[in-house]
Structure formats: structure tokens, C-alpha cells
Design a protein around this ligand. Sequence first.
Ligand SMILES: Cc1cc2nc3c(=O)[nH]c(=O)nc-3n(C[C@H](O)[C@H](O)[C@H](O)COP(=O)(O)O)c2cc1C
Length: 440
Amino acid sequence: MSGARLQHFGWFLARGFGPHGWGHPYLDWDWDWTRPDLYQQSARELEQAGFDFVLIEDAPSLGSPQTIDLRVRHAFGGPKHDPLLLAPYLFQATRALGVIPTVNPAAYLPYTAARQFATLQHLSGDRLGLNVVTDTASARHFGDAPQLGHDAAYDRAEEWLAGIRALWRSWDEGALVRDAASGVYVDGSRLHATAHRGDYFAFDGPLNAVPFTAGEPVIASPGGSGRGLGFAGANSDIQLALAPLHEKSVREYRAKIHAAAIERGRRPEDIKILFAIQPVIVASPEEADRVVAASLAPSDATLRLIAQRQSSDLETDLTALDLDAPLDAGIFGDHVSHGSIRRLTGDRDVATTPLRVHLTALARLGRLSDRSGFVGTAEEFADLIEELGEWGNDGVLLWGDLHPVTIHRTLDELVPVLRRRGILRRELLGDGLHANLRAF
Ligand SMILES: Cc1cc2nc3c(=O)[nH]c(=O)nc-3n(C[C@H](O)[C@H](O)[C@H](O)COP(=O)(O)O)c2cc1C
């Protein structure tokens, strides 16, 4: 066996708590996505596989009123149910797996949030995490405050989280007495009536939930901008990283977060950085070559499917456009993020490049063996993860739905290979999510 570093593994349920199986042949397994059984079965298998946690994407909105049909017609952008409320069912089904629902500071007032999260942390045996995102487009659902800009949304998220933490800490050591002889349950003189009056929130404490015994809920964050990385360095226990997986970019990404952590008085080792990867694990190198070759010449039907998905993500209808004509540069509204448009158009000249070329680039898969993509065997994928570990990496976030078919397809061969190489732990500790993250 090699001297490989142990890595942390998370599973990212990338399209949230929604219609699983829609558009896939495995729809005929007849799971009901609105019921917990599907997710519970998969969560048990992730736990058995030694994953630290499952993280559930969320967006509370169906997007712009004018383009809702694009979002829901093929179920790419909704419907979505609230992952915070799915979490207890996953805790119930497992013993040690962490569960990290996505939460948006716009959607929960700090006192409500502090109380609900504290309740779940206790109920779960310290296994709750919170993926804090700063989606601003959903503001109109939560009152009449104007939509915030990118950086202001991060400012609000920091105030929100600091407020929640102040509430969690509003009980001093020794406040919880629980002395049956004297009949005293709580020493009220040790509770702080914190009064917060900030730029975005105003509330009083103390919180009416008992303090934690094994640490606060884990904070995760996915923002990749300078401000997003700063937020992670300052606040997060886990950062979900998206960056090219070559040595320079991995090391640079990590260095930026570590610098932000140090600037805010934290230690680099306080934050685990997990790179998001969606591998396509196949049985043999020959099969991988076939899958990649097929992706290079996609049919028009495949391109139309990609156009549907892009239309949902970009809230812009691409489905009826001529595949062989360039995109009209004015087609995207001001609300569409430049990053999302760039993911479609890459570095190509929009004025002269036919839509077909952009969509074909999105269809293209590459081989793990030459690092041109993520199609390969379990051994090839393990090579990549082992190499990431050599560059100081903490872990990876595998990306997909939470359907048992997907879990099996991805993990059946991979788990034994990773374990044999000493990259994947054999067993989770039972002392909560923090304990598992800090174990190595
Ligand atoms: C792995 C990963 C998971 C994400 N999950 C969510 C999510 O659940 N909800 C959401 O609104 N945004 C999600 N995002 C997007 C980020 O929150 C954020 O909007 C995006 O990275 C832009 O922020 P930035 O400008 O700081 O990079 C995710 C991003 C990544 C890379």
C-alpha cells in the first residue's frame, strides 16, 4: 500500500431536494422524491462508505417570474423542497453521517435560525452542518427589502452568522445546572440578554435553547469570488471548492483561504477544503475511451437536452434557437450572472460562434488518465485523489443526485480501491461531524 493521505469525502446532492430520476431511465424504480425513503437509503450507504457528510443544494426561488416555465418544465431548476426539513429524516436513518442542508440568510431571521439549528444539532447528536449561500435573486420572496449586491449579501451573511453564534453563546459555562436536589435546572444569572442592532438585523437574546456539548453546527460555504473565499477563511469549517485540478490552481486556491483564515485569527487547519468533482466511473479503460469518443460527436437531440438545462440555469430560452447560428448577445437579461454565461460560451467569440459549438463543448467529456476530464476507472480516479492529497488537499466532494442507482454506480468499485490505498476511512466516529472532520 502507498503512503497516501486520508481524505475527507462528502456527497453533494447538486440539484437539491427535488424530482429525482426525472428524465432518467431509473425513474421506473418508482421512488417518490417527496418522501424520505429514497434519501434515507442513500444516506445509509454513504455512511457505510465512510463519507463524512451529505450536503444538499438549495435555492428557495423559482427565479424570475417571466422565465419560471424554463425552470420547472424539465425540473432542472425546481420544484425544490426545503432540505433543512429533510435533515431529521436522514439523521434518523443514520448513526454518524453529517447532514448539511443549504441555508440562505435571507430566508431565516437570526433568532429563528439559531433556535432551529440548535434544536437539530441536539436531535442529531452533533451531526448538523449548514451550507451558507448568498443567493440574492430570491430576495423578493422574503419581504420588500431591495435586492442586495454581491458583496453586500456576504456582509449580511457575516452579520447573520455572527448573530446566530452570539445567540448560541448566550449561555455561560455552568448556566445549565440540572441539580435535582435543589430543583434548579438553569442559573438564569448566567444567560446574556444580548441585544443586536446591526445593518441588516435587530434582535435580542438570550436564546431559549440549551448550549452544545460537542461544538456548534459545522459551517460550510461554496463562494469562489474573493469575497466568498474571505467569508470561508473567516467563518467556515468546510469550503466547497471549484477550481481546475492541477497543482498550481489547487495550491493557490488553498493558500487564498488559508491567508483569509489567518487574517481573521483562525488557523489554516480549522478549515477543510473539499474540491467538487463529478466522476463517471466505468469498468475499464476501453469503456472510458468509448464514452469519451461518443461525447465528442453529440447528436442534435443531446444538444437540445443541454440547451434545455442551460435555459433553466441561465433563465434564458435557448431551446428554440437555430443551432447553426451565433447567439444574439442581447438575449441574456441583466439578471443573468456573467459567470454562468461564460460557462456556456467559454473564451469563444459569441458574435461569430454557432450555438452548436458552445453546446458541443459542454457535452465533451475527457479522460481521467490524461487529466482531460473525469471519465475513468476506479483506479484512475483514486490516482487523481491520491495526487490531490500529495498537494496538501483535505478532501473531495462527489457530485450527483442521491439516487441509490447513482450511488452504486459511483461507489461500488471505488470504495474498495480507495480503502485499499488508505485514502478513504473505514469507519466514521460516532461523536458528531466536527469530530469526524478533525480526525485527520
Ligand atoms: C460545490 C458548490 C455548491 C454550491 N451550492 C449552492 C447552493 O446550494 N445554493 C446556491 O444558491 N448556490 C450554491 N453554489 C453557488 C455559490 O453559493 C455562489 O453563488 C457562487 O459560487 C458565486 O459566489 P461567488 O461570487 O462568491 O463565487 C454552490 C457552488 C459550488 C461550487
